[in-house]
Structure formats: C-alpha cells, structure tokens
Design a protein. Structure first.
Length: 92
C-alpha cells in the first residue's frame, strides 16, 4: 500500500475511533437510543468505506500483479481470496 493511501486509511480509522468513543459516552449518559443507533450506523458506513478503499488498493496492486503473473497457482490463490471475502461479506 502506498504511503498516501495508508495515511488516508489511518486517518479515517482514527476518526472512526473517535466516533466509537463518542457512542460509548452516549451510552454511558443514557442518551436516546435512536440517536445512538444513528451514530452506530454512521460508524458502520465509515468502516464500509475503509474496507472499500483497502479492497480498491488491493485490486489495483496485489491482484493486478498476480493476474499478470506467469504462475497459475498465484492467480488462483488471489482469485480464491477475493471469492472468500465476498462470500463472507454476503453471509453476514
């Protein structure tokens, strides 16, 4: 992962961490449940964006390199990893 992408992802994760701490405070203060749920959903969307950014980077680097490789086992391995990730995501 290039340094620019890594920095962007780390910054997003730090922001998410702050939001999670905010949710924790909301729960401790017995704030309105719907407000807490809205914040949880916002964190879930932010995590989805992080996952998408990491996946995009992986596709543009590791997967592209493996697909172009002369080694069939490497291509099969990377394709298998991608399928596994999508199967896990769809079964949640």
């Amino acid at each position: 992962m290039d340094e620019g992408t890594k920095k962007q992802i780390v910054n997003r994760l730090k922001s998410i961490e702050g939001h999670v701490r905010g949710i924790e405070r909301m729960v401790e203060r017995d704030e309105y449940c719907i407000d807490v749920i809205k914040q949880v959903l916002a964190v879930q969307r932010a995590l989805d964006k992080v996952s998408s950014a990491i996946l995009e980077n992986h596709l543009q680097t590791c997967v592209t390199t493996a697909i172009r490789s002369e080694q069939p086992k490497e291509r099969e391995r990377v394709i298998g990893e991608l399928l596994e990730v999508f199967e896990t995501a769809t079964s949640l």
